[in-house]
Design a protein around this ligand. Structure first.
Ligand SMILES: [Zn+2]
Length: 343
């Protein structure tokens, strides 16, 4: 491919971070990159370790042409080829399935490099294989998780978690905090920012005017004061109104059970859930394979698999790669085309 055709390519470029090299990350990365759909609509490039990817391909019993590239523009997207930006951090004899500070540090660096590519406009999305929190900590990188690491490297303070399935998309106002803390944290500004982040993500994916249904907190949205202490009027309604004033087609607060019924029927493109289980429950009913976890609010879309490093089966070729295939597909779909200016 000549440089001029590479620049003209309308497919979004995706950085795929390999995750913790001792876990199943290398295997699911190989599986996703060899999927027949991988290069159809996108240009995924791995940030990881080339030799580890070759070992993973052998574990899976598949042929892969793993090629180290200097940057995204040097990548070529022919089926069977896997392009990798490799900072050379893993020892060739790294054991599978054992906690390793070296692998933890490498996983940290893959995320750092991917965020740099995103900030430079070289990629339009990041798709992440699982890393191991304990390995990250063993390497001295004290982050609560993957999302916080990405936010740090992208210089962002607040992000939202979205779950997407082919049938329904859900964005969360709060996620990994206790339920009492979640209710306390919900306020109109946070509700408005979450709605607007969700709308922006769908617009970027090619839906110019997404219809958004916003859940209440209490049963029946409080039933005119019968349930709860007026949380809907105090915490949610002003946020929905502010988002509407900013041009977002949002309605609510709706009784959550009704909102998911209507969303599943296709009346809404996105449901806004107030807390973790309100949004996760309906998505999980649709099957764990179907759900992809998306971080919204970074300069680029980030998707991730729904499973961890699975040290118990790493390197055996027994991992199910479907979740990573779906994560890469969603990253491609939500990334949109590269901006003409590269900005
Ligand atoms: Zn969770």
């Amino acid at each position: 491919m000549t440089p001029s055709t590479a620049v003209m390519d309308a497919r979004p470029a995706i950085a795929v971070t390999m995750g913790d090299g001792a876990g199943v990350g290398p295997e699911v990365t190989v599986g996703a990159l060899l999927d027949p759909a991988a290069y159809r609509d996108g240009r995924p490039v791995v940030v990881g370790d080339a030799e580890r990817l070759r070992q993973a391909a052998r574990a899976l019993g598949v042929e892969a042409d793993v090629v180290v590239v200097e940057d995204v523009t040097a990548a070529e997207f022919t089926p069977g080829r896997i392009n990798v930006v490799d900072p050379g951090l893993l020892p060739a004899d790294l054991p599978w399935g054992e906690l390793s500070a070296e692998a933890g540090h490498a996983a940290h660096e893959y995320v750092r490099i991917a965020c740099g590519l995103a900030m430079a406009g070289d990629v339009q999305a990041i798709c992440t294989a699982p890393l191991n929190k304990a390995a990250l900590h063993a390497a001295g990188h004290l982050y609560p998780g993957h999302t916080e690491l990405l936010a740090h490297f992208c210089g962002v303070e607040e992000v939202s978690m979205m779950l997407t399935t082919p049938r329904i998309k859900v964005i969360h106002v709060t996620t990994h905090i206790g339920l009492l803390d979640a209710i306390a944290r919900i306020e109109p500004g946070l509700v408005e920012r979450t709605i607007r982040r969700g709308a922006e993500a769908l617009r970027r994916a090619g839906n110019p005017n997404p219809r958004i249904g916003v859940c209440a907190i209490n049963p029946h949205a409080g039933e005119n004061g019968l349930f709860g202490y007026g949380e809907e009027a105090e915490k949610i309604t002003p946020g929905v109104e502010a988002a509407r004033a900013a041009g977002v087609d949002a309605v609510g607060p709706l009784p959550a059970d009704t909102a998911f019924f209507l969303g599943g029927r296709g009346d809404y493109d996105l449901i806004v859930a107030m807390y973790h289980d309100q949004g996760h429950g309906p998505v999980k009913v649709l099957g764990i394979e179907a759900g992809v976890n998306i971080t919204v609010g970074l300069p680029v879309i980030r998707t991730s698999v729904d499973h961890g490093t699975a040290f118990d089966i790493a390197g055996t070729g027994r991992v199910e790669v479907g979740s990573m295939v779906e994560a890469l597909r969603q990253a491609t779909e939500l990334a949109g085309a590269p901006a003409p200016t590269g900005a």
